[in-house]
Structures are given as structure tokens and as C-alpha cells.
Unconditional design. Structure first.
Length: 224
């Protein structure tokens, strides 16, 4: 998992052993996760940026490392960082809404994040990461948890309202809503040119500023 205080390390140890989606699923036994759980969570007490994703896919389930797939490549491009920076716990915490691969639907698409995860773990994890200075809420499930009533009825409406959302959350913990970086969303990006022309410019500016501040506050870090 990642850079951790004693409290966070203990919590990550609990999460690594979590089997509630298999052994005590919401909705009864027929709703149990059909495979062995493998929680994936890269929390940190030093990273200024939290990537709040959705849930591991098949490749992440196999690797045990978040965003080790084409979606990760696109997300890193959005952020303007390389893999070394992305996986540096002094820079990014990566905590999805569901820690385990939820399986596939009849069409071969990933199922939604398991409903057991967020109620059991998310508030406790957030409490262990008071150093965060920016949350990137990737997808509608992360936006529902991190934005609450600021979230709109559709992902497009929520992401399009990113300026007001940032302004509203700025005084506490800024939240920037993003679509999922899946290549299946390429058509969405083409239909919404403001995303690349405006939102990504602000995203990269904020990421660069926060990482520079982090580097200056920790001049002995070997991370680049």
C-alpha cells in the first residue's frame, strides 16, 4: 500500500484483510463477490493530491496496483505526470470508491463499485489524510461521495460545473470532478471540447503547483 502514519498503516492493514463483499454482502448471499477479494488502495499521509477513482478493473486486480491499464495512461496524460510521479506516495494518494474488482456485467463492462466499501472505510481513510489539498473525483460514484449536494443529475453536468465546484470547496478541500479516463469516453471528450481546452489546463496547473510546493517542503526527497 503506501506511505503511512501508524494510524493509517493499521487501517490499511485492516483494509488488506477486508472480505465483507464476499462474506457479508449488502443484499444477501446472492450478491456476494464471486471471486477472491484483492483490495487495492494507495493511501498516504504525505501526498497533497487524492485521486478518488471508481474500482479496480481486471488488469488492476491482477497487478494489485492502481491504474495499471490504458485508463491509467490517459489519466497520467491528463495530470501531466509520468508513472514515477504518479506512483510516488509523496505526491499522490490513489483511493477508489470500491477497493476490489467488482466483476463484469453481461456485456463485458466493469460492474459498479461494491456498495460495501465506502460506508465501511472511506470516512476513516479521509480522516487519516488531513494533509490533502486537492481531490480529483473521477466518475460519478466518487463525485456522489465527495460532492454531495454539489453533484448534478448527470456526470456531464457535474464536470461542466467544475469552476463553481472548485470555488465552493476551495476553503475546505478543493474537489475537481473528472470523467473516467476510460478510452470508452473518447466520444464524450470530443463532444465536450471545453474539457481539454479549459478543465485540463486548470487541472495541470493545480497539480504542478501542488507538486512543486511538496518538493520544496521536502528538499531531501529523492522523488522527481
Amino acid at each position: 500500500m503506501s506511505a503511512a502514519s501508524p494510524g493509517l498503516a493499521a487501517l490499511l492493514g485492516e483494509i488488506s484483510l477486508c472480505r465483507i463483499c464476499r462474506d457479508a454482502p449488502l443484499g444477501g448471499p446472492t450478491r456476494a463477490l464471486p471471486h477472491e477479494p484483492r483490495p487495492v488502495c494507495a493511501a498516504s499521509v504525505t501526498a497533497p493530491i487524492l485521486i478518488a477513482g471508481q474500482a479496480p478493473g481486471t488488469r488492476v486486480h491482477a497487478s494489485g496496483r492502481p491504474f495499471t491499464d490504458p485508463s491509467g495512461d490517459r489519466l497520467r496524460n491528463w495530470l501531466g505526470v509520468d508513472a514515477a510521479a504518479f506512483y510516488d506516495p509523496d505526491k499522490f494518494a490513489i483511493v477508489p470508491m470500491g477497493f476490489c474488482f467488482p466483476g463484469l456485467d453481461a456485456k463485458g463492462s466493469d460492474l459498479p463499485p461494491r456498495r460495501e466499501c465506502a460506508p465501511a472505510w472511506r470516512a476513516r481513510l479521509m480522516a487519516e489524510m488531513p494533509q490533502l489539498r486537492l481531490v480529483l473525483a473521477v466518475g460519478s460514484y466518487a463525485q456522489a461521495w465527495h460532492l454531495g449536494p454539489l453533484r448534478h443529475g448527470s456526470l456531464t453536468e457535474t464536470v461542466a460545473d467544475w469552476r463553481r465546484i472548485l470555488e465552493t470547496t476551495e476553503a475546505t478541500l478543493p474537489v475537481l470532478p473528472l470523467p473516467h479516463p476510460s478510452w470508452r469516453n473518447s466520444a464524450w471528450i470530443k463532444r465536450n471540447p471545453w474539457f481539454e481546452a479549459e478543465l485540463l489546463v486548470e487541472l495541470r496547473r493545480r497539480v504542478s503547483t501542488l507538486l512543486e510546493r511538496r518538493q520544496h517542503s521536502n528538499p531531501h526527497s529523492q522523488s522527481q
